[in-house]
Design a protein around this ligand. Structure first.
Ligand SMILES: [Zn+2]
Length: 285
């Protein structure tokens, strides 16, 4: 099981609860996302103080909390009945984003990881909801609400999936939650010397015809057949060839700097490797 590292109650200095009621995983059917609607600097202890002293509850209301650094905190914990959503405290695990509506990518990645872990622990898929889906409230704000309803995607949020360029397909961009990935792809095309293919839009995070053509040309540059349409998806081969194209362009620039090989227009031989380049550098220098 992929377990999220959770800062436990003793670590954040929790006060003792006035009482606790437990449920089993069988009773859990929902994962309910909230925001605290306070500043992102709010401490978990201050939220607990407010719920104990201000609200008169038996403990902090939420089961778990997440801050902008992506830290997860134990509130009541996975299987204690919470006080976060009227009528849904037995069925729902309440997870609170500390802040108002606009979580960082790190916070979103952690919320999603908690959801995945909850599903694993429950042994089935829990229904992901925003607080506003079950009670009359604007919590957790529009952005978080929409993200939960989109299935809590973490593509492009800088999570641990650094091979995520693979399978990126024409049409990807801000609308598909893949803007950052497309920027990475386009930046590689630029580094491979095919900035012109991207046209006026340049590195804009949208994988359209220009980006597809740029990828196709990069593949052609390293000797791929690169037929029509070969830039429409970052296949494994395309990814590898794109890397090769970037490396060849870097070699080309080094050769130009050394000045001994006809400058930037130098034809880089297909079989040029770092080893042969090093040999050439030694012979020149
Ligand atoms: Zn809420």
């Amino acid at each position: 099981m992929s377990e999220v590292a959770i800062i436990d109650r003793s670590e954040w200095g929790a006060r003792a609860p006035r009482g606790r009621e437990y449920v089993s995983w069988d009773a859990r059917t929902e994962f309910i996302v909230h925001h605290s609607a306070g500043p992102t600097t709010q401490t978990v202890r201050s939220i607990q103080d407010f719920h104990l002293d201000g609200r008169g509850w038996s403990d902090i209301g939420y089961n778990l909390l997440v801050d902008d650094d992506g830290n997860a905190y134990e509130g009541r914990g996975w299987l204690v009945v919470g006080a976060h959503a009227v009528g849904h405290n037995r069925s729902g695990i309440g997870v609170c984003y500390i802040g108002e509506n606009n979580p960082t990518p790190a916070a979103m990645v952690t919320i999603r990881a908690l959801y995945d872990e909850a599903c694993e622990r429950a042994g089935r898929r829990l229904s992901a909801k925003g607080h506003g889906d079950v009670n009359e409230t604007s919590c957790p704000g529009g952005e978080l609400h929409d993200w939960v309803h989109d299935g809590m995607p973490t593509n492009g949020l800088g999570g641990d999936n650094d091979m995520s360029l693979i399978n990126l397909t024409k049409g990807a961009g801000p609308d598909t939650g893949e803007r950052e990935h497309v920027i990475a792809l386009q930046s590689m095309i630029v580094k491979a010397g095919r900035r012109d293919a991207l046209g006026d839009a340049g590195v804009d995070g949208r994988y359209g015809d220009a980006t597809a053509e740029g990828l196709r040309l990069c593949r052609a540059d390293v000797g791929s057949e690169a037929k029509e349409g070969w830039g429409d998806r970052v296949s494994g081969h395309a990814y590898s060839q794109l890397h090769q194209a970037v490396m060849r362009q870097e070699i080309r620039e080094v050769l130009a700097e050394m000045g001994g090989s006809g400058g930037g227009s130098a034809e880089v031989p297909q079989d040029l490797t770092v080893r042969s380049l090093t040999a050439q550098r030694i012979s020149v220098g």
